[in-house]
Structure formats: structure tokens, C-alpha cells
Design a protein around this ligand. Structure first.
Ligand code: NAD
Length: 480
């Protein structure tokens, strides 16, 4: 078999030990890999590189397009950027895929029949990292959900389901509150689901969906969700399956894919031959499937299942009466190697397809070229330390003009003028909405801002308000 070049990083804490154990198993199983090693993490950060990765390392990643990464330690204190977020974003890894499976009765879980996959959007949402301080009292974080981003992740989830013979894709979101952002995600989900009639679809509001998942995870198969919900719930799912120490994850992009354990570098366990290498090993199994070595992936995965079933357990999953032998990292790896070629008896053996199902269609995006946009107004966020909405309305309202008039003022999304309620608590940051009955020009918005600013009112942030094909591209304030 021709060797596939991959890039690896041993990381920090328990990283080097679990990486060595994983590579030992992959080599014994006959994985055809040409391994390049790069250095990432704590040492790089502490050399003064705030990204935690040397510029030269990108060259290897972009060439091999496959990255097996051990966990790293992000030093405490400001200024250090999350390497995971940097890698995912720089390499356009839009999908985070995390299978969460229980191994009852060998690993303790309340959910013996759990077998679900979380497909998390990886680039957008509140993780765009666009935050502002609007006033001494108020901060904000922008939640970005795009149509192409949603189309990519939802299509990926359905393609994944088809490829892995999964029967249902569920969407988690909260469009009863975030009508525009999560509303778009839900709409795109419905549109794309219609292209996959062979796969069942359902949508849940994330709060009750999460409750259902924590209570009855066997009711789910593939769950697709925006970034933040996916970040939180994929840890919940891994934990209730048995342990966060067991799950591996894939970060998939069109250019480059990254495979990892979901846990961190567990510095307190480092260097003691204690750590469980299973998370990274299962991440490596996802990698073997990705680089089209399904036979090796199957060999490794089934030997691992047999090891778990034989009760050969590291300290983190060791249970008296169930486990038969408490082993260290190296001994665990040796036990997996000794079982290569064996299948589990009680746990379900895995089988990876030798002929991967080709994607049904190349990724394509709905064109937005035809969209008509029309300016109808502007929101001015102003700093108003007296916290009195009526005074603000009197001060700012008189600068209306060019067809723009003050329509409402809100505080943290709740309308406080006109006809605000005395009970509503106000901070020092208000949003003043000026609207026009007809199309407004960009110049009229700027003139309004100039008049308001010249009057000594401190404008902190603005958004223009538009109709998109006649539909409002903004939401109403609560109570408006
Ligand atoms: P952690 O996942 O490292 O550890 C949480 C707990 O789980 C600890 O008790 C640890 O001993 C145990 N544990 C984790 N993995 C284990 C394994 N393979 N075998 C046995 N026990 C295991 O989380 P943390 O303590 O919050 O974070 C430690 C460091 O890891 C931090 O610097 C954090 O930034 C980093 N981190 C890195 C990644 C990554 O690189 N992908 C992810 C999460 C956290």
C-alpha cells in the first residue's frame, strides 16, 4: 500500500505518552503512514509565539492535509490564542464530528444503548470571536450564522448519515428566540433535508433537545447543530456515554482534516504512564477511515473494543468487579496490539466500508445574487449614563430628519420608549431605532449620525436596517 503522508504533533502533558501509544498500535496494525512531526503548544507559546504554532508548521499541514494532534496546554493569562480555534479556522475545518458510543456493561454508563454522532458547525456562531464593550456596563458578542456556513454543515451531516448508514439526522437550535440566526440554520436544515428522502429528519429546540439527549440518548442518531450548542453538548454526550477520556473527534475541511482526542492535556497525570490513550486512538481510527485505510481502521477499532471487553482498563475507567486488570498507557497499547485480528464478543464489532459512498452531489450554495436590499433605517447604540430613556428620547428624537424618525428605544433588547415600564431595569447603553416609511439613503443615515454626535450624544455602535427582498433584516425589540 502506498504510504499516506500525515502530520502529527505530540502536544503537552499526557500528549506525548498517548501519541506514542497510538502510533505504536497504528504501526502494529500495518497503517501505511509517512509521518511528519511538528511542534505545537506550550513550548511554542512560551517562546513568545501567541498562536502556539510556528509559521513553518503550516507548510507541513497544508501539504499532507491530514493532522493527528495530541492535546496541548494553553498557558494561563491573556494574549495566547486558542490553537484549536486557529487551526480550525485557518484550515477551514467547518465540521467537527464526534461519535459518542457507550460500551455497556464494560464501562459504566446510565445509557447502555447510546450510539450517536454529533456534527457541530465549527467556524461561525458566537465563536467568530467578535466582541465589543459598548459602555462601562455593557459588553456584546456577535452571533454570526451564514447561509453558506449552514448549508455546508447540514449537507455534511446528511452525507455523513448516508455514508455511515445512519437513519436519522436531528437539528438542534433555538429559533423561537434567535429567529434570524438560528432561524436561518433551521430553514437551511429543512431545505437540505428535503434532498435526502432516504434519511429521517427532525428538529428540536436545543434546551428540550439537550434534556432529551441527556435522558434518552438512544433516541438520536446524527445530531447537527451550531457551534456553541455543539461544543457544550458534545462534551455532555461523551461524558454520559461513559467518559470524555474515550471519545475522538474529526475536524473536517475541504483542504485539511484534523483528528484528536476530545480531552485536554491532563497535566497532573503527565509522565506517569497513567493516561488512557483511547480518545486519541479513536481519533486516529476516524483518520484511517478518512485517508481510505478502512481495513486498518477496522482492525484497530475491533482490537480496542476487545481490550475494553476483556476488562484491561486504565485508571480512569477501572471499576472493581468489571475490570480485570488496571494497566498503564503502554500496557494498554500492548494489550490492543495483542488483540489485533480479534473481534469483541458482546460489544458490537465495527465494519468500515471498503467502497466509500461517493457524495451525492458536490457542495453547492444557494445564490444570493438576486437579493434586493433596501435601507429603511438605522439603530444607534448610545452611551447614556443617566439610564433615563425618556430623557434620551427627548435629547435624540429632535435630530430626526430626511424621513427618518425615532421609532423606539430599547435597553438590552427590551423596549423602554415609548411607553416603557418603570419596572424595566436599564443599563447605561441604549439602542435608538430610527426608521423611514420609504427607502432611506446611506447619506441620510450618516447625516443623522452627524447631527446626533454634534449634539454631544455618544454613539458607540450602529447598524443599518434593511429589507431583503421586502422582508425585514432585523428583529423587533421585546415589547415593540
Ligand atoms: P483535561 O481534559 O485535560 O482533564 C480533565 C480531567 O480528565 C482530569 O482529571 C484528567 O486527569 C482527566 N483526563 C483527561 N484525559 C485523560 C486521559 N486520556 N486519561 C486519563 N485521565 C484523563 O481538562 P483540563 O484539566 O480542564 O485542561 C488541562 C489543559 O488541557 C488546559 O491547559 C486546557 O487548555 C487544555 N485542553 C486542551 C485541549 C486540546 O488540546 N484539544 C482540549 C481541552 C483542554
Amino acid at each position: 500500500m502506498t504510504k499516506t503522508p500525515i502530520t502529527i504533533a505530540r502536544g503537552d502533558g499526557i500528549g506525548p505518552e498517548i501519541m506514542n501509544a497510538t502510533l505504536h498500535i497504528l504501526e502494529a496494525a500495518g497503517a501505511a503512514l509517512e509521518i511528519e512531526t511538528i511542534e505545537i503548544g506550550e513550548k511554542v507559546y512560551l517562546r513568545g509565539n501567541t498562536a502556539g504554532i510556528e509559521p513553518g508548521s503550516w507548510e507541513s499541514l497544508l501539504r499532507t492535509k491530514v493532522f493527528l494532534k495530541a492535546p496541548i496546554t494553553t498557558p494561563q493569562g491573556g494574549g495566547f490564542k486558542s490553537l484549536n480555534v486557529t487551526t480550525r479556522k485557518t484550515l477551514g475545518q467547518y465540521a467537527n464530528v464526534r461519535p459518542c458510543v457507550s460500551y455497556h456493561p464494560f464501562i459504566d454508563t446510565k445509557h447502555p444503548n447510546m450510539d450517536l454522532v454529533i456534527v457541530r458547525e465549527n467556524e461561525e456562531d458566537l465563536y467568530a470571536g467578535i466582541e465589543y464593550q459598548l459602555s462601562p456596563e455593557v459588553t456584546s458578542c456577535i452571533k454570526l450564522i451564514s447561509r453558506p456556513g449552514s448549508e455546508k454543515i447540514v449537507r455534511y451531516a446528511f452525507e455523513y448519515a448516508r455514508r455511515h448508514n445512519r437513519k436519522k439526522v436531528t437539528c438542534f437550535m433555538k429559533d423561537n428566540i434567535m429567529k434570524m440566526t438560528d432561524g436561518l440554520f433551521h430553514k437551511v436544515f429543512d431545505e437540505i433535508a428535503a434532498e435526502y428522502p432516504d434519511i429521517r429528519k427532525e428538529a428540536w429546540i436545543v434546551d428540550i433537545g439537550a434534556a432529551k439527549m441527556a435522558d434518552t440518548p438512544e433516541a438520536f442518531d446524527v445530531i447537527v447543530m451550531p457551534n456553541l450548542y455543539g461544543d457544550i453538548l458534545s462534551d455532555v454526550a461523551a461524558q454520559i456515554a461513559g467518559s470524555v477520556g474515550l471519545a475522538g473527534a474529526a475536524n473536517i475541511g475541504d483542504q485539511c482534516a484534523m483528528f484528536e482526542a476530545i480531552h485536554g492535556s491532563a497535566p497532573r497525570r503527565a509522565g506517569q504512564n497513567l493516561a488512557n490513550p483511547s480518545g486519541l486512538l479513536l481519533g486516529a481510527v476516524l483518520m484511517l477511515v478518512h485517508i481510505n485505510q478502512p481495513e486498518v481502521a477496522e482492525l484497530v477499532h475491533n482490537a480496542w473494543l476487545r481490550t475494553i471487553e476483556d476488562g484491561i482498563h486504565t485508571y480512569d475507567i477501572f471499576t472493581d468487579g468489571v475490570s480485570t486488570e488496571k494497566v498503564g498507557t503502554k500496557e494498554f497499547a500492548a494489550a490492543v496490539v495483542a488483540r489485533l485480528g480479534q473481534h469483541p464478543n458482546q460489544l458490537k464489532a465495527v465494519a468500515y466500508s471498503r467502497n466509500p459512498v461517493p457524495p451525492s452531489a458536490p457542495a453547492r450554495f444557494t445564490s444570493s445574487a438576486e437579493t434586493q436590499m433596501e435601507i429603511r433605517g438605522v439603530d444607534l447604540h448610545v452611551y447614556w449614563p443617566s439610564r433615563n430613556a425618556n430623557d434620551l428620547a427627548a435629547a435624540i428624537g429632535k435630530h430626526a430628519g430626511d424621513g427618518l424618525s425615532l421609532q423606539m428605544i430599547d435597553n438590552r433588547g427590551v423596549k423602554v420608549w415609548p411607553a416603557g415600564r418603570a419596572e424595566t431595569f436599564c443599563t447605561d447603553s441604549f439602542r435608538c431605532r430610527f426608521m423611514s416609511e420609504t427607502t432611506a439613503s446611506a447619506a441620510s443615515l450618516i447625516d443623522l449620525m452627524k447631527r446626533v454626535s454634534d449634539a454631544g450624544i455618544d454613539i458607540v455602535q450602529t447598524e443599518s436596517l434593511r429589507l431583503f427582498n421586502g422582508q425585514p433584516g432585523y428583529t423587533l425589540a421585546q415589547g415593540q
